[in-house]
Ligand binder design. Structure first.
Ligand SMILES: *Cc1c(COP(=O)(O)O)cnc(C)c1O
Length: 379
């Protein structure tokens, strides 16, 4: 996708002058850098960016400019992307399942930190990794966290299995660590803290002194009216470390995807048609930038503007929103408010669209085309 640069700081002004577009994603680099600096200042450890949330080169470059030096990668392609942009970056390969040749590729490219949640996968690593490499055992707790969706159904060893895996990591001469992921968009500060308590217990039972705990991602981003704060989560982590590791605290690492990148993008989507039953058909939907909606719930537009960029201010009505394809799942999971005077050709603007939007866009039914515009403050 070609990136266009615009020296305006409001999407409305750009839209008014580019009528040929129907779906536009606006990137605000200064907002991305501000969020990154907030993480770097608040999190008590190393901040690594989970590349899968948004692998756009401009995102990687701006995070690096803000001071992010570490990246969580999950595939050879993500490793190559990072090595091409930032040859000196620290990479963590925390997808716990890898083909042997994927691991070999990572080793050749200088990756020295890996997550694992299974005995057979661990033996593949033990046979390949250079001595001293970090192996973080990924565990999960049975009680679900207050997350938008659960990350424990696919990955993570039970605490009992993690004890055995961690002991094997240490005995084989690798740097022993633990990791978990509380689930994405997790708003409960105690979820991370509960996992820290479990990590202390696992390490004690394994008789292993942990080098590091990777607390994963899952930090919540603003979503619609909700603006969950990060400070209570950072405080709970600081406190959990002091309580559960009073003598020799391991270093902390986090790998946020969503909470770093979501706020930096706004999506503008054209109204294609208004149906006589009041339903609104948009130029993008579940097969485009909005693939996450069935998992995390409807997102209401932040505002509506007409084709010349003027705000629609009429009182709201509740409407069903549909994407453009002929598939009936291409619908917002719940009705959302839109202004009464919304018309064909108008734009709906959705904020906080930077995470898990661009990478999963499909071409289904001939849709999926979008413009990518970088907002620059006027000089
Ligand atoms: C996806 C993923 C992340 C990022 O999760 P967010 O909820 O976007 O913060 C971090 N770590 C691992 C291992 C992941 O798979």
């Amino acid at each position: 996708m070609e990136m266009r640069h615009a020296t305006v700081n409001a999407p409305e002004r750009w839209l008014a002058h580019h009528p040929e577009n129907d779906v536009v994603l606006f990137f605000d680099p200064s907002r991305l850098q501000t969020t990154a600096r907030r993480f770097l200042a608040g999190f008590p450890g190393l901040v690594s960016y989970a590349v899968k949330a948004n692998p756009l080169p401009a995102v990687i470059d701006n995070l690096a400019a803000a001071g992010i030096t570490a990246f969580d990668v999950a595939s050879p392609a993500e490793i190559d992307l990072l090595r091409a942009r930032l040859p000196a970056a620290v990479l963590h390969y925390n997808n716990p399942v890898r083909a042997a040749r994927e691991t070999d590729h990572a080793i050749r490219r200088g990756v020295r930190s890996f997550a694992v949640d299974d005995g057979a996968e661990l033996e593949k690593l033990v046979a390949r990794l250079p001595a001293g490499a970090e192996i973080a055992v990924r565990f999960k707790l049975s009680a679900p966290s207050a997350a938008a969706y659960d990350f424990a159904s696919k990955f993570g060893a039970s605490p009992e299995a993690a004890v055995a895996l961690l002991a094997r990591v240490a005995a084989a001469g690798f740097t022993p660590s633990l990791t978990f992921h509380p689930g994405t968009q997790c708003t409960d500060p105690q979820a991370h803290a509960r996992h820290l308590a479990a990590a202390a217990d696992i390490a004690r039972k394994a008789g292993v002194r942990l080098a590091r705990i990777n607390v994963g991602g899952g930090f919540p981003a603003p979503r619609g009216e909700e603006r969950p704060p990060l400070a209570p989560i950072f405080a709970a982590l600081r406190e959990g470390l002091a309580v559960h590791f009073p003598d020799t605290p391991p270093a902390l690492l986090c790998e946020p995807g969503r909470a770093l990148v979501a706020e930096a993008f706004t999506a503008a989507v054209r109204v294609r048609a208004l149906r006589s039953d009041g339903a609104v058909f948009l130029a993008d939907g579940i097969y485009g930038l909005f693939a996450e909606l069935p998992l995390v719930g409807s997102l209401a537009p932040a505002r509506a503007v007409d084709a010349s960029g003027r705000p629609r201010r009429a009182p709201g009505r509740s409407a069903r929103l549909f994407g453009p394809t002929c598939d009936s799942v291409d619908e917002w999971p719940d009705p959302v408010p839109v202004p009464e005077d919304l018309a064909e050709g108008d734009w709906l603007l959705f904020e906080n669209m930077g995470a898990y939007s661009l990478p999963t866009v499909t071409r289904f039914n001939g849709y999926g085309d979008h413009a990518l515009v970088t907002l620059m403050p006027p000089a």
